[in-house]
Structures are given as C-alpha cells and as structure tokens.
Design a protein around this ligand. Structure first.
Ligand code: NAI
Ligand code: COI
Ligand code: MG
Length: 361
C-alpha cells in the first residue's frame, strides 16, 4: 500500500474543527483507494504562541520539511491581534511557510455547479451562466513581502509604509502557471492589475504579454482590479483563469468564494516549482463562529482533495472526494451560513456534514 507523510497544521479558530472532518474523509478515501496518509499534527499560529512561545516552532517547520505535503487549517484571531506585526501568526507562521517553501503559485478554484445555483447570492440568471473560475495568485512576493515596510515619526507626524515590488522572474513564473492552467481549461487568461497607476502593474502587463506569446491558443485580457471586482458580481461567467498579484488575488478570491455561496466552500493549493505544496481553505480562522460546531468543513475537505491531486498524484481519490462533496451539497446537507434565515432550522453541524460526505464515499 502506498504511504505518504502529511504535516497537519490545524491552527486556530475553526481550523481544528474543520481539520478533524478533513482527516476523517481522507482516512476513509485512503482505505477505499488503497493508500495511507501518515498524518502528524503540529502546533502553529496563535496556539503555538500560547503553548510554545512562537507561531512557527522549529519542530513544526522541520516536520513540514520532512513531509510529502502540508495540510493547513487557518490561523490568527483577536487574541493575537495586538502583537507586533512580525510576531502575529499570519506573518510569523503563514507567510514564513509560504516563503520558506517558495510556494509562489496559489490555485483557488471557484465554481457554481448547476445543482448549487441556489446557494449563490447572485441573481439566478447570472449564477447559472457557467461560473467556473480559477484564481491563480502570486503568493510569495508583492506588497506582503516587499521591503522596506514599517512606520516612523511620532503623534500626528506618524507615517507608515509598505513596498510593492515584483521582479520579472517572479511575474514570469506565475504567468506561466496561469497560461499552463488555461490550456487545460477554457484557454482564457484574465490578468488583473492596476496598470493605470502602479509601476509594478506596468511591469506585470509587459511580462504577461511576453509569456502570452508562447501560448497562441490562449486568449489574454487585462482588467483593472476595481473593474474586476465589479465584473465578478455582474458577469462572472466571462472569466476562466484570473491571474493576480498577491494582494489582488487575496481580495478577488474572497469574492469568488462568496459568489459560489460561502467562504467555507473555497479550497486552495499553494505550490512550488517541484510540486510540493501546502493545502488550506481560502478563508481564515472565522473567530465569529469558532467553537460552535457550525463551521463549514467543505473548504478544508476540498483542500485535502487538492493535496491528493497536486502533490500526491492520487487523481481518482481526489475526484471521489469532490463527487461526494457535490452530492452532499446537492442533497441539501448544508451548514447554517449557506441557508436563508427562514431555513436556518435545517442547518447541519460541521460533523454532520462530514458524516454525510463520508457516507457518499
Ligand atoms: N490562511 C489563514 O490562516 C488566514 C487567516 N486569516 C485570519 O483569520 C482571522 C479572521 O479573519 P476574517 O477577516 O474574519 O476572515 P475569515 O475568512 O476568517 O472570516 C470571514 C467570514 O467568513 C466566514 N467563514 C470563514 N470560513 C468559514 C467556514 N468554513 N464556514 C462558515 N463560515 C466561514 C466567517 O464566519 C466570517 O463571517 C484573522 O486573524 C485573519 O488574519 C484570514 C485569512 C486567511
Ligand atoms: C495572512 C493573509 C495574507 C492570509 C490570507 O488572507 C489569504 O491567504 O487569503
Ligand atoms: Mg485572504
């Protein structure tokens, strides 16, 4: 039987709740498809600060280095909001992991299935118009990583600054990810930028155009970020692959999650050049619902499916999980945030959704 080592970093807030369901699903699918995941849990984020004094303990990083893939939950929350920026879980653990493993290519797929149109907050005629988007977000550079950043001055004279910087090489490799993905989809890349005001966006356009020349079968459009957010609500069916910088992809992917129905539905894969990856829901630790047993486990479970597909080469097992999730949602087995106020009484808990997905495998 094939065996893989998975570093499981559940993190904070809803992270452990949804991770528990993902592990149950992966266990069942492994037995069915004849593979074993040796899942080892490691401390990360606010939980690691509280128990070990730092957001990314050396033992956690070393376990990730020795694993075949990382399955990540989410980190952060109000308890750690007042820490200095560089000590916060989001920077000290999440951004550090992305950078350490050079996970530059972040894939965030958002699809409205015909049987799930009713979950979308969009008007039905818009939601049922073939919405199937793959956001490809640059994940290890741009304004989240650029130096210098900081603040200076006192009182009313205080100012703060971040640096948005992109090299040609960084833009080229994420553009190649997007064009490669488009050739396996609908052959269209929409590159999102703000080239009317930002120097980084001007360079972004130039390099994306250069890469496009190597993919004559793929059509390329450029769109400004402000228009992109509007078009996603007005006519999301026009998009195939949306190629974004780190900041714009962060924003656009939350919007993509919501047009499909909920932040709790959107998985993601963060990959390096060698195919090594970290797999995590696109959303955060959702402190507003943590500990109540009502978080949607689907994004975490689908992130597990992406791990099987992209890092472990287990396509059929990944398909199986995705089919079971789709059937579960189509059968109306839904957590509360997907239901209208008058239907909330029929909401299922995190574990009930996990149970039903398992029953469909
Ligand atoms: N990858 C990560 O670990 C990320 C961490 N964060 C951190 O998470 C904390 C909370 O951030 P927010 O801005 O509130 O964003 P969030 O994504 O945690 O929550 C936004 C909204 O989506 C809902 N939501 C998210 N996931 C859900 C799920 N699985 N089921 C049902 N509803 C769900 C939440 O209840 C909330 O109403 C912050 O500390 C933030 O920095 C934010 C984004 C990503
Ligand atoms: C710390 C943030 C950059 C995480 C986030 O919002 C994301 O990856 O979508
Ligand atoms: Mg985000």
């Amino acid at each position: 039987m094939t065996s893989f080592t998975i570093a499981v970093l559940a993190g904070d807030g809803i992270g452990p709740e949804v991770m528990h369901q993902a592990r149950r699903v992966l266990d069942v699918v492994g037995k069915k498809h004849n593979f074993t995941l040796n899942c080892q849990e490691h401390a990360v984020g606010g939980y690691a600060i509280d128990t070990q004094g730092e957001a990314l303990p050396a033992a956690t990083l070393s376990a990730c280095e020795n694993a075949d893939a990382i399955l990540f939950g989410s980190i952060g929350g109000p308890k750690w909001d007042n820490l200095p920026l560089e000590e916060r879980p989001e920077r000290a653990a999440l951004l550090t992991l992305r950078s350490h493993f050079d996970l530059f290519s972040n894939l965030r797929p958002a699809k409205i299935y015909p049987s799930l149109v009713h979950l979308s907050p969009l008007r039905a005629d818009i939601a049922q118009n073939n919405v199937d988007i793959l956001v490809i977000r640059e994940l290890t550079s741009g304004i989240y990583f650029g130096q210098p950043k900081g603040r200076q001055g006192e009182g009313e004279q205080t100012n703060a600054f971040d640096t948005m910087r992109y090299s040609k090489a960084e833009i080229r490799r994420i553009a190649i990810s997007a064009f490669e993905a488009a050739t396996k989809r609908k052959n269209k890349v929409t590159s999102v930028d703000k080239a009317n005001v930002l120097a980084t966006s001007r360079l972004w356009r130039e390099v994306v155009e250069e890469v496009a020349a190597d993919y004559p079968s793929v059509s390329l459009e450029h769109i400004y970020i402000d228009n992109a957010t509007m078009q996603l609500v007005a006519n999301p069916g026009q998009f195939d692959v949306m190629l974004c910088s780190n900041l714009f992809g962060d924003i656009i992917s939350d919007e993509c999650a919501m047009i499909t129905g909920s932040m709790g539905l959107l998985p993601s894969a963060s990959l390096n050049q060698d195919g090594f990856g970290m797999f995590e829901p696109a959303g955060g630790s959702a402190p507003d619902i943590a500990g109540k047993g009502i978080a949607n486990p689907v994004a975490q479970i689908l992130s597990g499916a992406m791990m099987l597909r992209y890092s472990l080469g287990l396509e059929t097992a990944a398909d199986d999980i995705e089919r079971a999730v789709l059937k579960t949602l189509s059968d109306g087995i839904l957590t509360a945030e997907l239901l209208s106020p008058q239907n909330k009484h029929s909401a299922k808990s995190t574990s009930e959704v996990g149970d039903y997905i398992i029953s469909q495998l």
